[in-house]
Design a protein around this ligand. Structure first.
Ligand SMILES: [Zn+2]
Length: 75
């Protein structure tokens, strides 16, 4: 039982350190950094793309003008 607790603590610590290592090297001031948190899904083909590059219509987003014209696939 104690071994299990130790393993869980090690795993949690490893994940925490890994996440810190990934988030660490990112420079806070990037002039032309992509807003990676602002991803949207194309309502037609469901591809992920930055919101800035997406076309929007009726609260939905599309990856291209073609898909914007075609509209949502399941609707
Ligand atoms: Zn699309």
């Amino acid at each position: 039982m104690t071994r299990l607790v130790v393993i869980v603590i090690i795993v949690v610590l490893a994940v925490w350190l890994l996440r810190r290592a990934i988030a660490g090297p990112r420079k806070p001031t990037e002039p032309t950094g992509e807003p990676k948190g602002d991803l949207v899904n194309c309502a037609h083909c469901n591809v992920n793309l930055p919101k800035a590059e997406a076309r929007s219509a009726g609260g939905r987003f599309y990856c291209s003008e073609e898909h914007w014209r075609l509209g949502p696939r399941d609707g």
